[in-house]
Design a binder for this molecule. Structure first.
Ligand code: SIN
Length: 326
């Protein structure tokens, strides 16, 4: 009788183990690549929301802080680098994009989450949007409060990002940025406030969608080329062409502009307004001056597209076509 009871318990345990293995097999495999930022930042106290140190805690600690991740995906972490994102540069982008392409080519990876500082998240997102050649979801996530803060936004943002990266809905949508329960397209998203949680916006054109109740909801998508439709291949590149940004203002003197050009920089005409189309031959005679206009891209994103365009051609007419396509 006693041994029968124990046998029954073993049987129940074995069934429970099988159910949990079957559940784990059904979950998507999501890789979390950590790069630093405020989401990995720590402050002196729980009320420190400015003046903290970014890029302190590692990927395993980020994952351990959100046990709920295991319910929505089989997650694995990798620390790609550990920086505050103001130190992001072309070398890091090339390394990150190559790693993402390699991982997405594997059949055991369904999606990727990249944890990142918010200062340059929009640039990294757009670089990957143009250089990752896969329909599988790539989601970039950050936070506005460090991990040690009261009501830190990192854990919920990471949970949403993993959920999104493992979802069917995010397939083929290009690289996505999520914070504050909102989903943005890499090409259009921009940081609009230095410190509020709802800082990431796609002004005028709008969010792609929301995450609510552990489910993504999409309402629109970008019409511009990205990921599998992109012609840019960085797999064999170690350096990118030099492109710099000069800010225009009243009574501007030409010293910085001339210095950049003398140093070999290539420059496109973008608008500092942040919204709307920069009209070709509108405020300048672009045909005569042999300029390229940025369409709706802000200067920091125009810089990325120009770097990649210059890996294909230096013909300004071709580059202009690229700016109207991506
Ligand atoms: C950073 O961009 O690394 C610091 C700021 C932030 O993540 O919000």
């Amino acid at each position: 009788m006693h041994s029968k009871k124990i046998f029954g318990q073993f049987l129940i345990l074995a069934c429970a183990a099988l159910v949990s293995i079957a559940h784990a097999q059904k979950l998507p495999n999501v890789m979390i690549l950590a790069t630093g930022g405020t989401i990995a930042g720590t402050g002196a106290s729980s009320t420190t929301t400015v003046g903290y140190t970014a890029a302190k805690i590692g990927v395993e600690a980020l994952i351990d802080a959100v046990p709920e991740l295991k319910k929505v995906a089989n997650v694995k972490g990798e620390q790609v680098f550990q920086i505050a994102s103001e130190n992001m540069n072309n070398d890091y982008w090339l390394k990150l994009s190559k790693r993402v392409n390699t991982l997405l080519a594997q059949s055991d990876v369904d999606g990727i989450v990249i944890t990142h500082g918010t200062d340059t998240i929009e640039e990294t997102a757009y670089f990957l949007d143009l250089t990752v050649h896969s329909k599988k979801p790539v989601v970039i996530v950050g936070s506005m409060r460090p991990s040690t803060a009261i009501s830190a936004d990192g854990p919920i943002n990471l949970y949403n990002a993993v959920l999104l990266a493992g979802s069917q809905e995010a397939i083929g949508k290009g690289v996505l940025v999520t914070l504050n329960d909102q989903i943005n397209a890499a090409r259009e998203v921009t940081k609009t406030n230095t410190s509020t949680l709802d800082t990431f916006k796609t002004p005028e054109l709008g969010f792609l969608g929301y995450i609510q109740g552990s489910k993504p909801f999409f309402y629109r998508q970008s019409t511009r080329k990205h990921t599998v439709d992109s012609e840019f291949d960085i797999s064999k590149l170690d350096v990118l062409p030099q492109v710099d940004i000069v800010y225009g203002y009243a009574n501007m003197n030409p010293i910085a502009l001339n210095a950049f050009v003398a140093a070999g920089a290539k420059i496109v005409r973008a608008s500092r307004v942040g919204q709307g189309i920069v009209a070709r031959n509108g405020e300048a005679d672009d045909d005569k001056l042999d300029f390229v206009v940025s369409d709706t891209l802000n200067a920091q994103k125009a810089r990325i597209l120009l770097m990649l365009a210059l890996t294909k051609t230096s013909d300004t007419k071709e580059i202009q076509k690229i700016f109207y396509s991506y």
